[in-house]
Design a protein around this ligand. Structure first.
Ligand SMILES: Nc1nc2c(c(=O)[nH]1)N[C@H]1C(S)=C(S)[C@@H](COP(=O)(O)OP(=O)(O)OC[C@H]3O[C@@H](n4cnc5c(=O)[nH]c(N)nc54)[C@H](O)[C@@H]3O)O[C@H]1N2
Ligand SMILES: Nc1nc2c(c(=O)[nH]1)N[C@H]1C(S)=C(S)[C@@H](COP(=O)(O)OP(=O)(O)OC[C@H]3O[C@@H](n4cnc5c(=O)[nH]c(N)nc54)[C@H](O)[C@@H]3O)O[C@H]1N2
Ligand SMILES: [Mo]
Length: 929
């Protein structure tokens, strides 16, 4: 039981719950006490330095800072004595004296000025300004998104807590002493040149506007210009699977500012993309009219429209003409070759409702299961292993559970760049004492917080993980009782991992045997251990095997089904969990129910009133191959950019060009759209209403903040229009109507009606009843498999498909940058993000660069058996010797020209993380050709 303290607040009796401050009790009781250095938000501790919240305590000579002082039994607190009020007013006047005048300072609507105004203070003509003869530079606009005006700083230290304690980025610190103390970036660098990652947490925390969004200010970054918003809309972030809740502030149908909201996955935090990357929605490159390919513009796989006029390839069309052509082209192919000659790629960026209708259109209208999406390139192998092992592809516990874990393993994931807000929880956990283990062939930020950082050899996960399993078995660290009750296949696993002693695997994976033993012991014997993983596990030809090893670790140690334990593949796209649940998968109808099962099909057939093809469809990469084999002739692609994201890009683009009919529904004229017959201009996230499911299984509502530009239409309306032109006779009365149909066929949505989502903004599935929160942790008693137990599947060593040789001596690995999203379609059209990362790069270790006689900053050519690209060479100490890292977001240096399309046999995912390559000076390579 928590300890309660009785005291008196302004003459009335009050109770402070365990640990509550005077300020917090006062707030509960509706008593407003001014505060500046204290921020009443999760993650912010009080500091008690600004003296804005002083109160009187009977019998004490000095006033007390209510934000930090806790009541004691019988204490008599008075917030409204003359002495307290005068003191607080004085504090504001002194601070105002040191600040620029309200109307010429950075933010006349700041928390500071709002409080000051409540005391009737709008400056001070009797006190001196401490900056009057200060020669220090106070104005810094070197960061592309944030203006720094230190003359408005009151040294409250909130930005330091924001940076160090909330986001745990450790960039801002306090320099100098006393009245000279001032926040600095790193060692007093300009913000834009410091290690700041521009998450903007400090801006959101700053009570005076000393750190402020440039978008709201004048050109010089000194004074707020946009004073009012037309509206503020509560929504979710459109980028990654973390699913941060946002408030979008709009002026003149433009987003001018985004703030973090207190959602279950972000507690007000955002990263650089969520806070400053929203402007792609307002790009003047948005598609505003339907386009039809000109008859004199034949398709070419090697077309590069960056330097071409759109009018030379496409002509504008009416919606009527474009939709008619879209539907007729698809129907003609169905008629001539049958439904299996058609296929669709739906979108993990769109809503659940869009994903559901998209797969329904393909199944019901095209008459095929050839429907897939980017999950195939992402966690397909993880999901294959999870379905096989534990009967469900979703995470067993939310990432926020890291905070209550004793041991957290992060393997093949780079959360500080790819799930930055999830990373804040991991970093906070580490600071609290949770032991973090990071396993990755490339160094990364999280390693600074790790008890064990294992920079092992790429592609050797099975060797390393089987060695951990060997230790767990050998040293009998497994949970016999848990296994007996919940797990099958232990004998076979034991037998398999016998051959994987750490002493033998050390050489293979490059990690000393003793370290492997320590990590195995730490994971197995901690009270609560949890595993997070990403693309380094899944994007291999042995991705399913990699995941099987992780599942085996959790199952044999019983580290699953309890808070703070479990298996969490960090889902990538904002709605990849939801799109998969909704059935954008060739082998499954919604909720992962097999299309090959007649009973299941008939359930859907009853609701849809159409027969469903009984064979599973083709996957993303298989579809590209089937086009080359003349088996598929028509495609409908919504919100995916396979011409940039598929492996072996030249092959993929040649396939797109070979299609007899390609309909692309996107917000930009993407590389994929270059190959289209019809391009349909769609809505972006911030223009639409819909539900989105994050990596934690939290279903959240995205709400429209903007009107679509020009003639662009809602994605959902386009899908419905196309379905009706194909004769499906759909009648949906808005988004909620589609959701209601989903509830009919998806048991996972039980007890989560639309009205509940609207009310609660986020509900975790599965939910046991309508008035209880959903289950954050699943598998508490067994697994949703046929026999209710988890199944162990031993994995064997297999080398990556293509290993370095004399001709291609380097290992090429691909991935992401913090500021860019996948194929760059969105983020390269965001000013702030493209400003930070403006050009195509290839990164290598500086020693490797020196060894190869290359020069940092020069153009290099990188070549594999699939093709060659050029890129600017970057030195990056995180990249291991012998490796090249290239992000796949730059269309001038498209990494996927190089990647190996070889697939994992189970998950059908390509080996994006490993292939053989060579690198040379661009000019020399060109000259030799
Ligand atoms: N900024 C940004 N964030 C994103 C995205 C983005 O495009 N940009 N995309 C989103 C999406 S869809 C996804 S799926 C996630 C992906 O997020 P992550 O899973 O973090 O993806 P990557 O950075 O591609 O790869 C993760 C790590 O795998 C490591 N790795 C490479 N080879 C191996 C190996 O053989 N074994 C192991 N164990 N590790 C290896 C790499 O060094 C890298 O650190 O990010 C999401 N978030
Ligand atoms: N080399 C290499 N390749 C990879 C990977 C890798 O690590 N290395 N990772 C793979 C992974 S994990 C993934 S998830 C895939 C991602 O691959 P994609 O999903 O193809 O990549 P995105 O750039 O996210 O594409 C999203 C598209 O949707 C459009 N869009 C955005 N919002 C909307 C909307 O609301 N409506 C409509 N209609 N369109 C919209 C954008 O303009 C863009 O064209 O890439 C994969 N490819
Ligand atoms: Mo992904």
């Amino acid at each position: 039981m928590s300890k309660q303290v009785s005291f008196t607040l302004n003459g009335k009796s009050a109770i402070a719950e365990d640990g509550e401050t005077i300020w917090q009790v006062a707030k509960r009781k509706g008593v407003d006490i001014p505060h500046l250095c204290y921020l009443d938000k999760p993650g912010y501790r009080s500091d008690g330095n600004c003296r804005a919240c002083m109160v009187d305590i009977e019998g004490e000579r000095n006033l007390a800072a209510s934000c930090i002082r806790k009541p004691s039994e019988g204490m008599k607190v008075n917030t409204a004595t003359e002495r307290a009020e005068k003191s607080r007013k004085m504090v504001f006047e002194m601070l105002a004296a040191d600040m620029p005048a309200r109307d010429s300072g950075p933010d006349d609507k700041s928390v500071f000025w709002a409080w000051a105004e409540s005391f009737g203070i709008d400056g001070s003509d009797r006190l001196p300004n401490k900056f009057a003869d200060d020669l220090r530079e106070v104005h810094d606009i070197s960061n592309p998104a944030i203006a720094v005006n230190m003359d408005a700083c009151i040294a409250c230290g909130l930005c330091v807590r924001a940076c160090r304690e909330v986001q745990v980025n450790d960039v801002i610190g306090m320099a100098q002493r006393g009245s000279h103390s001032v926040p600095v970036f790193d060692i007093h660098d300009p913000m834009g040149l410091s290690t700041c990652v521009t998450c903007g947490e400090c801006v959101q925390a700053c009570p005076t506007g000393a750190l402020y969004e440039k978008t709201l200010m004048d050109e010089a970054g000194k004074t707020r210009q946009i004073k009012e918003f037309d509206k503020s809309v509560n929504s979710v972030c459109p980028f990654c699977g973390v699913g941060c809740q946002t408030t979008i502030n709009v002026k003149d149908n433009k987003i001018v500012q985004v703030d973090g909201r207190d959602g279950p996955a972000n507690e007000n935090r955002l990263c650089v993309k969520g806070r400053f990357g929203y402007d792609y929605a307002m790009s003047n490159e948005r598609l505003t009219k339907p386009l039809i390919r000109r008859d004199d513009a034949p398709k070419r796989g090697d077309i590069d429209m960056r330097f071409m006029k759109i009018e030379d390839v496409f002509r504008e069309a009416t919606w009527e003409e474009a939709m008619a052509k879209s539907a007729e082209g698809l129907m003609a192919i169905e008629k001539e070759y049958g439904g299996d000659a058609l296929s669709g790629f739906g979108s993990a960026k769109g809503s659940n409702e869009e994903a559901y209708l998209f797969q329904k259109l393909v199944r019901q209208g095209f008459g095929t299961n050839n429907v897939d999406h980017c999950t195939r390139l992402c966690h397909a192998s993880s999901v294959a292993a999870l379905l096989e092992g534990v009967g469900s592809g979703a995470v067993s516990a939310p990432f926020t559970d890291a905070m209550v874990s004793d041991c957290v393993i992060i393997i093949g994931a780079r959360p500080a760049t790819n799930h930055p807000v999830a990373a804040t929880y991991f970093k906070q956990a580490a600071k609290k004492g949770t032991k973090i283990v990071v396993m990755d062939p490339r160094q990364q930020d999280m390693m600074k917080f790790a008890e064990h950082a294992l920079q092992f050899k790429p592609g050797t996960d099975v060797a390393m993980l089987n060695a951990l399993l060997h230790v767990i078995v050998d040293e009998e660290l497994y949970d016999e009782q848990y296994i007996q009750a919940n797990v099958t296949g232990f004998a076979a696993l034991k037998e398999k991992v016998k051959d994987f002693a750490p002493e033998d695997m050390a050489e293979v994976c490059g990690i000393p045997a003793e370290t492997l033993r320590e990590v195995a012991r730490l994971y197995a014997t901690s009270e609560r251990s949890i595993i997070f993983w990403g693309m380094g596990i899944s994007q291999h030809t042995h991705g399913t095997d990699n995941s099987r090893c992780l599942i085996a670790m959790a199952l044999i140690t019983g580290q699953i089904g309890r808070e703070g334990t479990g298996l969490h593949p960090l889902r990538g796209q904002n709605n990849v969990q939801g799109a998969s649940d909704a059935g954008l998968i060739p082998m499954f109808l919604p909720d992962y129910r097999s299309v090959e099962n007649a009973d299941i099909r008939s359930q859907f057939e009853n609701v849809w009133g159409a027969t469903i093809d009984p064979k599973r469809g083709l996957t993303v990469v298989e579809i590209m191959d089937a086009i080359h084999e003349d088996k598929i002739h028509g495609m409908y692609i919504m919100g995916e950019n396979p011409a940039m994201s598929d492996p072996d890009q030249l092959h993929a683009r040649a396939a797109l060009a070979k299609l007899k009919h390609l309909v692309v529904q996107d917000i930009f004229l993407t590389e994929t759209a270059w190959h289209a017959d019809v391009v349909l201009p769609a809505s972006v996230h911030s223009e639409k209403l819909g539900t989105f499911t994050n990596t934690n299984r939290q279903i959240q509502i995205g709400r429209p903040a903007l009107d679509p530009p020009g003639e662009a239409r809602q994605d959902l309306d386009i899908i419905i229009d196309l379905a009706n032109r194909m004769g499906l006779g759909w009648t949906y009365d808005g988004v909620s109507d589609v959701y209601n149909e989903m509830m009919l066929v998806m048991p996972s949505l039980s007890n989560i009606p639309w009205s509940r989502l609207i009310k609660e903004d986020a509900v975790t599935y599965p939910a046991k009843s309508e008035n209880e929160p959903g289950s954050a942790v699943i598998f508490e008693d067994g697994f949703p498999t046929a026999d209710g137990s988890g199944k162990l599947v031993p994995a064997d060593l297999r080398a990556p498909d293509e290993v370095p040789d004399e001709e291609f001596p380097m290992v090429l690995t691909t991935g992401r940058l913090l500021e860019h999203w996948h194929t760059g379609a969105m983020t390269r059209r965001s000013d702030v993000l493209d400003h930070i990362e403006p050009e195509g790069i290839a990164a290598m270790n500086p020693y490797e660069i020196a060894r190869q006689g290359l020069v940092v900053g020069e153009m290099v050519s990188v070549e594999t058996r699939r093709g060659a690209i050029s890129a600017v060479l970057r030195a990056d100490r995180e990249v291991a010797d012998g490796m090249i890292f290239i992000p796949f977001c730059f269309n001038e240096s498209p990494a996927n020209v190089l990647t190996n399309p070889q697939l994992d046999p189970f998950g059908k995912i390509p080996e994006f993380k490993f292939c053989a390559a060579k690198i040379g000076r661009y000019e020399e390579v060109q000259a030799a050709e």
